[in-house]
Ligand binder design. Structure first.
Ligand SMILES: Nc1ncnc2c1ncn2[C@@H]1O[C@H](COP(=O)(O)OP(=O)(O)O)[C@@H](O)[C@H]1O
Ligand SMILES: O=C(CO)[C@H](O)[C@H](O)COP(=O)(O)O
Length: 507
């Protein structure tokens, strides 16, 4: 800095809690990512379709990555902190200690993950009520949302969990509470996963009808009766205890959070595309579909007026971009399905050896192997007689049936590396066809989409990106900053600090 003329740089920290890992970034005022760190987190699958995590393990990982990204920085220049996370359910007792969400009584595992499908009987009964709140989740509630999971806890873990519970948090809200001591919930979590209406608040009749009248009786204190828009500043900012944990200064602004897909959507949907000759340049932002693809894929489309798309979550008001309605299509497993198909194949050990020998990731190796075996043909021709139905963990959108199963047709007796590469290709194509299926449903209901904006771990895979472009027939835009979800989280911090007036970057 020269002679005190320039203002000191202002920094923001974004923390993104995905399914498999926690990431943090230090971001400057222009949205440039200056430092990045990640750390794996534990997942337990004690029974088929039961998926659990530990909020203490997740918080510890948040602390490790945050300390890493602020190393060497003057902490006084860090103005704000924002969190995004998967929409998993965290359960704490009245003194904020973890409670078990499992029959074993292991209170360390106090998080029912978003992809947990234990509450099928509960969600079926909820859907049978045909309550009007269901119109705002695509007409059918998903077993991945919070109401069926809460009902499952009441019906299955009454003594060790339900009767002792004081606080049920969506994971993004747990993190902002942990940082500030403020129990206010984000509008994003409550609207998207808990049936809260941005306009009308909680609907007592819904909770009474499904057998969770307990929440109405205590004025929703356990699930949130103070609701703030994402990016709103929480209390007095970072508590001294959380500041010690994270390696930051107490009092810095902490924002009401976002679900991870929504942070990614916010990070890419408003991108400045001028000068690239893209069709969406002269079109409204509602022509863009953000696809956040990691363990799962989430398809975020916005509109000025509510659009009801059967089998696609929403319409949710102001849950991602303020003032716009959001429809959220999704595929429950995409990255996880690709990993599953590749790792379960007989030729996987050979793939690992060969990729390691070339210092490549297994996916980079498979992509170059496909280039070799396709010869002069377009790569798509390799799968003319091999087809994958990708609903191994059910269909989130647009069929809205999470009991559906996957399928592969066209298998042969050989199990060599060529087979593995072609099965991998067919899986990626099936996922891209799933995206097309979702877009068709959204367009039939009134959306008009011309361009895809991809982010998340799978957007780093060129084959995945190319198949999405080929199969949807739409241009795919990738942002210069590959960690767009973290940029979305950091902008929350910028907003909470007062440096930005809106969660839309730079506004
Ligand atoms: N460079 C890469 N090439 C191919 N696939 C990748 C790459 N990086 C991540 N992935 C895939 O993306 C998925 C995880 O994405 P990520 O956004 O990190 O997940 P989450 O947010 O769910 O923790 C995994 O299935 C992984 O295989
Ligand atoms: O339901 C979702 C968002 O509404 C996501 O699928 C969930 O949060 C998991 O995200 P990821 O695949 O990035 O781990």
């Amino acid at each position: 800095m020269s002679g005190g003329e320039q203002k000191p740089e202002r920094y923001y920290v974004g923390v993104d809690v995905g399914t498999g890992s926690v990431r943090a970034a230090l971001v400057d005022q222009s949205g440039v990512l200056l430092a990045f760190a990640d750390q794996p987190i534990k997942n337990w699958e004690p029974q088929f379709n039961h998926h659990e995590q530990s909020s203490e393990d997740i918080w510890a990982a948040c602390c490790v990555v945050t300390k890493k990204v602020v190393q060497g920085i003057d902490l006084n220049q860090i103005r704000g902190l924002g969190f995004d996370a998967t929409c998993s359910l965290v359960v704490l007792d009245k003194q904020f200690h973890p409670l078990p969400v499992n029959q074993e009584g292991d209170s360390h595992r106090n998080v029912i993950m978003w992809l947990d499908h234990r509450a099928v009987s509960q969600v079926n009964r909820i859907n049978e009520t045909k309550h009007s709140v269901l119109q705002y989740v695509g007409g059918v509630m998903s077993v991945e949302m919070q109401a069926p999971k809460l009902l499952w806890l009441k019906e299955n873990l009454r003594e060790i969990c339900w009767d002792k519970a004081g606080h049920f948090f969506d994971l993004p809200d747990f993190l902002s509470w942990k940082a500030t001591g403020v129990t206010a919930r984000s509008l994003c979590s409550l609207v998207c996963k808990w049936t809260y209406s941005a306009e009308k608040g909680w609907d007592d009749s819904f909770w009474k009808m499904i057998g969770l009248e307990d929440f109405v009786a205590d004025n929703y204190s356990k699930i949130g009766n103070q609701v703030l828009p994402p990016g709103a500043s929480l209390g007095n900012g970072l508590t001294p205890e959380a500041a010690r944990d994270l390696g930051l200064l107490p009092g810095i602004a902490v924002a009401a959070s976002l679900i991870d897909a929504h942070a990614g959507g916010l990070g890419v949907i408003g991108a400045d595309v001028r000068g690239h000759g893209l069709i969406c340049e002269g079109q409204p932002v509602t022509s863009r579909l953000a696809v956040i693809c990691g363990t799962s894929s989430c398809h975020m489309g916005i509109s000025k007026d509510p659009i009801f798309v059967p089998g696609v979550w929403g319409p949710y008001f102001s849950a991602m971009v303020p003032g716009f309605w959001l429809n959220e299509g999704g595929q429950s497993v995409t990255g996880k399905l690709i990993d599953h198909m590749v790792q379960g194949h007989a030729a996987f050990p050979e793939l690992q050896v060969k990729a390691t020998a070339r210092c490549q990731s297994i996916y980079a190796y498979l992509n170059s192997h496909l280039d070799l075996i396709k010869k002069a043909q377009p790569v798509g021709f390799l799968t003319v007689d091999l087809h994958v139905w990708p609903d191994f963990h059910g269909n989130r959108s647009p069929l809205a049936d999470l009991t559906l199963k996957g399928m592969v047709t066209g298998l042969k007796l050989s199990q060599d590396l060529d087979d593995l590469a072609i099965l991998y290709l067919a899986t990626v194509q099936a996922i891209a066809l799933g995206t097309r299926f979702i877009i068709e449903a959204m367009e039939a209901a009134g959306h008009s989409i011309s361009t895809l904006f991809l982010c998340g771990g799978l957007s780093k895979n060129p084959l995945f990106v190319q198949m999405h472009a080929d199969i949807t027939g739409m241009p795919v835009v990738l942002s210069q900053e590959v960690e767009s979800v973290l940029v979305g989280a950091a902008v929350l911090g910028a907003c909470a600090s007062g440096d930005f007036a809106s969660v839309q970057w730079g506004k």
